[in-house]
Design a protein. Structure first.
Length: 629
């Protein structure tokens, strides 16, 4: 039984639930207690069993949950479950497993829960819910004050157009006055992120397994700080966190390599497993003119870069993970391979590519490797290159695998098939970038659901961080250097004299071969120059920085709610798009009704959604290449 990571989440029961024993905070077994349930409930054994089960990844945990509700309830009591909404531990079990989750519920469900307990008698079940409902109302009280201040600024002097401002004043226009003119007061959300980090710091030595699921403000930098601070963690699981995208798999592997290198010197246990399901973009949950599922991104990307970059990143991750013997990441039916198969493409694209990588790593016979290489490159090229049915014999014998191209962004040299057509036509070989680095840059720059503003807010916590710095490079499989190898780790171009004097005193320009150095990095995935967890919470200036983060989060929340309120109030009939309807998000930023951009890209074809993938499959099937004929 495999888990559907798009639709499943950890099943949790609050203490006030009918499924739990509210008298002592422990869950009741459904039916007669089995021996397994007794073992899981034991003080010493239960925690150890939870460590083993959760170390196998989210898919195994979900299968255990649906197999037996009684055993799952007993197991969940052994886990430390941090509820991001309530900013507290739902359970504080005896195991070394930390599960940080953001429970999902609608306002209507919160209202029903509050109505069932209006006096707050079951405080563990309803106090956080009542507080959330109150703050949901009070957040609008802040908007009136901000609007009044903005109006005064607009009359006195125009706002300076800073590129990194968090509250775009131009959207807080006159229409908002009539909507929120009766608002009187303001209130801020408490610093829930700081509470979670403080609890992790307090118990950091006890954690052996870390799970982070759907955490809104968690990015790769915070993951690095947490992992470095927890010396006994052996397994890391990250699932559908909005600010952590597919390309982050590479910096996470490099992070684990760096952490393990340090732990070996200190005699500490190494991180052995990474279970990773990046943010998956399913598209809008309703039909519209622009609705599409792209998987990797919310907006359409250029196919030539997205497809080649997708497989390039898989290749890099595979070669690093296998060299490090990193578990779970490329295991069948685990989170990452499930994600790869969910990205729209023809059905056998990812399985063909993965199978070819395994075979290439094991086979040493060169003629056999040539056949495997063709299988590996087929899904990279399909839909991009014409006349693949004429590959024999010129491409197969004279072109394939013969040309390695250097990437000035990551420093790796790899096959030309992993470069976009534009990159290959860059006239200077020392300035080319592989499609993988370009794709990472595009994913870093996504602006949907206010991702750019949220990353700017987190930047406040890391004043010394520079995104263009390089992480320590995890080694790659030596048996696959014919596909990918690290050519240069130099990031500064050597100073070469451009003008010389000959023996006669005449000036001349010498012929210069530019060095291959990685001085053209495009993506900002550095995990260096970050504070320690202790410095983040208690270092010099940390109180002020967390205060700024809270204020910026509050401002961003007010901005998004104001824009949505203006848009909703401006729609007069069914076909009316409203005054904000011309925006790419349809005037509903960071909301379930946020729209997607149209499937149009500059100078190329947009990447596959499922409809385009079906057309590709039909085309491949007509040629007899699909495997389904």
């Amino acid at each position: 039984m495999s888990a559907d990571f798009q639709n499943e989440a950890i099943l949790l029961f609050r203490d006030g639930s009918v499924h739990a024993d509210s008298s002592n905070g422990t869950h009741r077994s459904c039916g007669n207690e089995s021996l397994l349930v007794k073992l899981m409930s034991a003080v010493d054994v239960g925690g150890q069993l939870a460590n083993v089960l959760f170390a196998e990844g989210l898919g195994t945990v979900l299968n255990a949950a649906v197999a037996s509700s009684s055993s799952w309830l007993a197991m969940s009591n052994s886990v430390k479950i941090w509820d991001m909404n309530a900013a507290t531990f739902q359970t504080n079990g005896r195991s070394g497993v930390l599960l940080a989750v953001t429970p999902e519920c609608t306002v209507e469900e919160m209202k029903q829960a509050h109505d069932l307990d209006p006096y707050g008698l079951y405080t563990s079940n309803s106090s956080w819910c009542a507080e959330a409902m109150k703050l949901e109302k009070d957040i609008y009280l802040s908007i009136h004050r901000v609007h009044g201040r903005v109006r005064r600024w607009a009359c006195d002097r125009p706002q300076r157009q800073d590129a990194d401002k968090i509250l775009p004043v131009e959207f807080l226009a006159e229409e908002i006055v009539g909507i929120i003119n009766r608002i009187q007061d303001s209130k801020m959300w408490p610093p829930y992120g700081a509470r979670a980090m403080s609890q992790i710091a307090l118990q950091r030595n006890s954690f052996k397994v870390l799970y982070f699921q759907k955490i809104a403000y968690l990015d790769r930098r915070l993951v690095a700080i947490i992992l470095r601070a927890c010396p006994n963690v052996r397994m890391l699981g990250i699932y559908e966190c909005p600010l952590i995208h597919f390309g982050d798999v590479l910096c996470l592997i490099d992070l684990i390599y760096e952490v393990n290198y340090d732990r070996r010197k200190r005699g500490l246990p190494e991180v052995t497993s990474l279970d990773f399901y990046p943010n998956y973009n399913k598209g809008t949950p309703f039909a519209s003119d622009t609705t599409a599922t792209y998987g990797l991104s919310w907006a359409p990307l250029k196919l030539d870069v997205a497809q080649r970059g997708f497989f390039n990143i898989i290749l890099k991750a595979f070669m690093k993970a296998k060299r490090m013997k990193l578990g779970l990441l490329f295991d069948q039916d685990k989170a990452f391979c499930t994600y790869l198969n969910h990205v729209p493409n023809y059905p056998l694209a990812v399985p063909t590519f993965l199978d070819a990588m395994y075979r290439y790593a094991e086979v040493r016979h060169e003629p056999a490797r040539q056949t495997i290489l063709y299988d590996l490159l087929k899904p990279v090229r399909l839909g991009l290159e014409r006349y693949m049915d004429q590959d024999w014999s010129n491409y197969y014998s004279n072109v394939m695998g013969k040309h390695m191209v250097f990437c000035s962004s990551c420093g790796y040299e790899t096959l030309e098939e992993f470069y976009s057509s534009f990159a290959l036509h860059v006239p200077h070989p020392h300035r080319r970038r592989c499609a993988g680095c370009t794709l990472q840059r595009w994913l870093d720059g996504e602006v949907d659901h206010l991702k750019a503003q949220k990353r700017q807010i987190l930047d406040t916590l890391f004043p010394d961080w520079h995104g263009s710095d390089f992480n320590p490079d995890a080694p790659v499989l030596s048996s696959m250097t014919g596909l990918l190898r690290l050519e240069s780790t130099e990031s500064v171009r050597p100073d070469v004299p451009r003008l010389l004097l000959d023996s006669n005193g005449e000036m001349y320009c010498p012929r210069i071969k530019e060095a291959f150095v990685r001085d053209n990095k495009s993506h900002l995935d550095s995990l260096q120059q970050l504070p320690s967890l202790s410095e983040l919470l208690h270092g010099l200036g940390s109180v002020e920085r967390w205060g700024h983060v809270d204020n910026k989060c509050n401002n961003l929340d007010m901005y998004s709610r104001s824009v949505r309120k203006v848009q909703e109030s401006s729609i007069r009939h069914e076909d009316d798009k409203g005054i904000m309807g011309g925006c790419a998000d349809g005037g509903m930023p960071d909301h379930v009704e946020e729209l997607q951009p149209a499937a149009v890209v500059k100078d190329g074809v947009p990447c596959h959604d499922f409809e385009a993938a079906a057309r590709l499959l039909a085309s491949v099937a007509r040629k007899g290449w699909s495997g389904y004929n």
